[in-house]
Design a protein around this ligand. Structure first.
Ligand code: THG
Length: 374
């Protein structure tokens, strides 16, 4: 089967778009109304670079929602479920956002940029619209817009070498989610220690979309001694690591407790935040589903199930598998998804109704992240 995605003027392009084409991108998804590279035609090489070397990813789709003005901090705190405590410029936090029903609507990284400016580095949903409406309804004095900022991720165990060659040894001292303004041959950007993998790395938040091609070339050149190559947020590694993919793993009823983000919900906060009342009730009632791993029997699966595969106990539908692949490190097919809590204990046996030639496959529920044999 060979399916295409239409490339046109309606969907937004990353500043690195032309460079990703030059470097052989073979597939895109759409995320925050932009094309996002999802592969360069050699998934195992891309996986190997991330696990053992270094890869560069066009993640310009991680758009920033800038909250700016006297009430920016107040709005940031009101939008997030987390108790942010003291917030210092140059730090960052992973901050789930919920709606008034306690449903997860995004899982951004919050970056305090200035006393009166906060960026939400967002996953795939319209936080700009939501936060503008909330700010207006609350009468907050804040302006909200999407700045010209486009992250380029450098991920993998050798990322630190590439980034310190480019910027200096200070990048080694950045804490996780820490960020600092810098320039690279005059290109304005923020260097952050972050990225959607557990292999370590950095993100360069390009602040001039006209200079994406230049930045791409500089990073590619600096990475040559370390064997850098193109990659994308990695389908297999994120399953192994148990990172939640908002939209893939969640639906319109998913709360943060179900997907392991309960530790970022601070019901004890004295101030109000969106979803607080609903989340109190959800917490008191207990969750009905939980995000788990699956070890799946059968032939090696190609990465990426097109549909959410139903998970069954006999004939009853008890959950789904939102993503699956063969894991070279676990040496098994693995998947993730939500399952009813009665079946969420590691070791539970379930049946997965795949849409592959293998048909129904037996699977065992596993904890997340998966154990990686030494
Ligand atoms: N980069 C940037 N913005 C983003 C993403 C990104 N915005 C949203 C999207 N990814 C998904 N959200 C994330 C972002 C970071 C992490 C997980 C999901 C993450 N988690 C660590 C972990 O789970 O180990 C640390 C969490 C913690 O303890 O605070 O890094 O990729 N710019």
């Amino acid at each position: 089967m060979s399916l295409g995605i239409a490339i046109g003027a309606r969907v937004r392009k990353s500043p690195y778009f032309d460079k990703t084409i030059e470097d052989g991108v073979t597939s895109f998804s759409v995320y925050n109304h932009m094309y996002m590279p999802t592969g360069y035609g050699d998934p195992l090489a891309e996986y190997d670079r991330l696990i053992n070397g270094v890869a560069m990813w066009d993640v310009a789709v991680e758009r920033q929602v800038s909250l700016k003005g006297p009430d920016a901090e107040k709005l940031a705190r009101y939008l997030t479920t987390r108790d942010l405590g003291a917030l210092n410029i140059g730090q960052g936090r992973y901050v789930p956002l919920c709606d008034h029903r306690g449903t997860l609507i995004n899982d951004p990284v919050l970056l305090p940029i200035a006393e009166d400016e906060y960026w939400l580095s967002i996953a795939d949903s319209d936080v700009l619209l939501f936060s503008r409406a909330i700010a207006a309804e609350r009468g907050f004095d804040v302006s909200i817009h999407e700045p010209d900022v486009s992250p380029l991720a450098i991920q993998g165990p050798k990322a630190v070498e590439v980034v310190s060659d480019l910027f200096g040894d200070w990048v080694r001292d950045l804490k996780y989610f820490g960020h600092r303004e810098a320039r690279l041959q005059g290109i304005p950007l923020h260097v952050a220690r972050s990225g959607w993998s557990k292999q370590g790395g950095y993100e360069l938040y390009l602040m001039d979309g006209q200079r994406g091609g230049e930045l791409w070339d500089i990073v590619k050149e600096a990475g040559q001694p370390y064997g850098i190559g193109p990659g994308t947020p990695n389908y297999i590694e994120r399953l192994e690591s148990g990172l939640v993919s908002y939209g893939a793993d969640t639906d319109d009823f998913t709360n943060p407790y179900e997907v392991g983000l309960g530790k970022f919900v601070s019901l004890g906060r004295e101030d109000d935040f969106i979803g607080k009342e609903a989340l109190k009730k959800i917490h008191a009632d207990g969750i009905k589903r939980q995000f788990v791993g699956y070890k799946i029997e059968g032939e090696a699966l190609a990465a990426g199930n097109q549909h959410k595969w139903p998970v069954k106990n006999g004939e009853s539908h008890i959950g789904f598998v939102s993503a699956s692949a063969w894991s070279p490190r676990v040496q098994s097919n693995i998947g993730v998804g939500l399952v009813e809590t009665a079946f969420s204990e590691p070791g539970s046996k379930v049946t997965i109704q795949t849409d592959t030639e293998g048909g129904d496959l037996s699977a065992t529920v596993s904890k997340l992240p998966f154990d990686i044999p030494a």
